[in-house]
Ligand binder design. Structure first.
Ligand code: ADP
Ligand code: MN
Ligand code: MN
Ligand code: MN
Length: 339
């Protein structure tokens, strides 16, 4: 018996990479083999030496095709088997390994906007819908646009066995969110990329486009983020480590280092309005949705838990944000709490 393996990879499009995939027919006694592709068509090679290598790193059931078929997430390698420069997963792996003993966990809230043609779902032709207010977690045809796509995507994620933890309608019409995690740095990022692929693939069947643009509509409309929730074992057990992590993210040079890898267009989204902090001013606070980093109220009461970095854009590379937060916070926690 043969099955279909959908090999999925992240391309070299700048400034924001896109997803690509192609199908390979495999026999069920095969292991998932290395495969190749034309890197000159994906921004990952020149035409005269165009071959790039796909190395499977994560696979799960394919909920679109069903049966024994698989989705296969791949890293992109050069033909000498070194990671291609676009391969940010290869840069996360050693950092995740270095701090694995601290057991870092991430939950990422992926916001996105559904578009039909040039307009978000729910935006009338040649005008604007009623201002923001009733759409967030709303119900009814006046408030909600695209729920059939969102529900289908959720079904697909669950059937694929992804660690999806919830969905909700967002503050602008046609804008939605799903959350992945809590999972380890590599797992949350791999599964978020697969969940994004499934979202594009599901919406495609409805003739709808998914935008991860950070500011899909200019003016008095919320942007789209990827709030990144983070904890280590020590943070899940006590409050001092929570504060250490918040301080570490604000240490000299860190805010700019982080924000410059938190997705293109961040200065258009982190303006200080619409539940954001200005991109060039770092702050943290309890329950504060106008801070860069929020300590949830329950965490302050329990004196343990996790923190939420509210800065990452919807278009962030999850390998980048998890690498930066793990590196910054785990190194500081190691200095503060280990002799
Ligand atoms: P918000 O109130 O900001 O909208 P959400 O419910 O959308 O919050 O998302 C919270 C996220 O935090 C979820 O993805 C959840 O998995 C994650 N999370 C919960 N506990 C932890 C933890 N200890 N470490 C890391 N992430 C966590
Ligand atoms: Mn949320
Ligand atoms: Mn949200
Ligand atoms: Mn949030």
């Amino acid at each position: 018996m043969s099955y279909r393996a959908e090999y999925i990879w992240i391309d070299g499009t700048t400034p924001t990479a896109r997803l690509r995939s192609k199908t390979r027919i495999l026999s069920d006694w095969d292991k998932l083999p290395l495969w190749g592709f034309d890197g000159s068509s994906t921004g990952q090679a020149e035409g005269h030496a165009s071959d790039r290598v796909l190395q499977p790193v994560f696979s799960c059931p394919d909920p679109i095709r069903g049966g024994d078929n698989l989705l296969v997430l791949c890293e992109v390698l050069n033909t000498d088997m070194t990671p291609h420069e676009s391969n940010s997963r290869a840069r996360l792996s050693p950092v995740a390994g270095q701090f694995a003993e601290q057991e870092p966990l991430f939950g990422i809230e992926q916001e996105y906007t559904l578009f039909k043609g040039a307009r978000p779902l729910g935006f009338p032709e040649g005008g604007y819908p009623a201002p923001q207010g009733g759409y967030y977690c709303g119900v009814g045809a006046e408030e909600i646009f695209g729920r059939e796509i969102v529900e289908k995507h959720l079904e697909h994620c669950l059937a694929a066995g992804l660690g999806i933890s919830g969905i909700n309608a967002e503050v602008m019409p046609g804008q939605w969110e799903f959350q992945v995690g809590p999972l380890s740095p590599l797992d949350v990022a791999d599964q978020l990329w697969i969940a994004r692929w499934l979202l594009h693939r599901t919406a495609e069947q409805f003739g709808v486009r998914v935008s991860l643009d950070a500011k899909p509509v200019s003016g008095d409309w919320n942007g789209a983020g990827a709030h990144t929730n983070f904890s280590t074992k020590a943070m899940r057990e006590g409050y001092d480590p929570i504060i250490t992590a918040c301080e570490a993210l604000g240490a000299e040079g860190k805010p700019l280092e982080h924000v410059s890898s938190y997705g293109v267009g961040i200065e258009n989204r982190l303006t200080g309005l619409h539940e954001t902090a200005p991109w060039d001013e770092y702050s943290y606070g309890v329950s504060d949705r106008g801070a860069s980093v929020r300590i949830p109220w329950q965490v302050e009461i329990d004196k343990k838990g996790y923190i939420e970095d509210r800065r990452p854009n919807a278009n962030v590379d999850p390998y980048e944000v998890t690498r930066l937060i793990t590196d910054t916070c785990c190194a500081a926690l190691e200095r503060a709490f280990q002799a």
